[in-house]
Design a protein around this ligand. Sequence first.
Ligand code: ADE
Length: 287
Amino acid sequence: DVATSYPDPVHIAVIGGTGLQSLPNFTLAATLNVSTPWGIPSSPISILHHPSPTTGKPIPIAFLSRHGLNHELAPHEVPSQANIAALRSIGVRTIIAFSAVGSLREEVRPRDFVVPDQIIDRTKGIRPFTFFEGGMVGHVGFGDPFDEGLAKVVRKCGHSLEGEGVTLHDKGTLVVMEGPQFSTRAESNLYRSWGGSVINMSALPEAKLAREAEIGYQMICMATDYDCWHTTEDVNVEMVMGHMKANSENARRFIGAVLDALSAQEHSDLVSAKHLEGQMKFAGGIT
Ligand code: ADE
């Protein structure tokens, strides 16, 4: 059964990336087809019921597959405005986003997780990247592109799984490139010289749009390859998918732990993004 809305506000969302197109261990409560002024999202939104670890009461969690249900959208085709607007319209104030990344550092080995704290934007400005245009002028701060409060929760959960084979790096600078082609070796080495830790094609404009929508946003990266600086062998999709598949159990365990932690404080200021309210400063136009 497909609906267009859910009776209760859904505060927490997970955006799944390559290799994490669904969360099968959760109870599906509803499937929503949401449309927005910016079009329709990458996939229907699944509402999953996650039992609160404190009360046992089911907490609704939204899940959206960034590349579509069958991975049919390339990174530059993802309708990020529609994705963020659709999630915001059902009440989402906290997003945990997953992404496969290439490693730019020896110590970040394939299958390691990274909680990035910075971004370098190497997209080409061809993806629609703002809600503020067409007469409405707005500027948001983006000095810290991720939500440090969410990052703390995520890091704690990741470290609690260290005995179960999860290796987590607490910080890192994420380079976001346009793609869909991977980098040249000269580019890969340049990003290393800039201090880049990992690289993907997906955190932007998602993180910028989430900030504009006053939604707390944290990405969890899983390394699926060493980018081409490392070897003479080029990165390929089989490599990315292979590591993703082999480590998907850890990714699911990780997200389960994060959802436990966030559901336990579903109504806290952190999850309801109270700290982001009123951040938007309008410069004029339609207000
Ligand atoms: N996603 C996964 N691996 C990647 C890489 N090496 N470069 C860019 N995006 C990626």
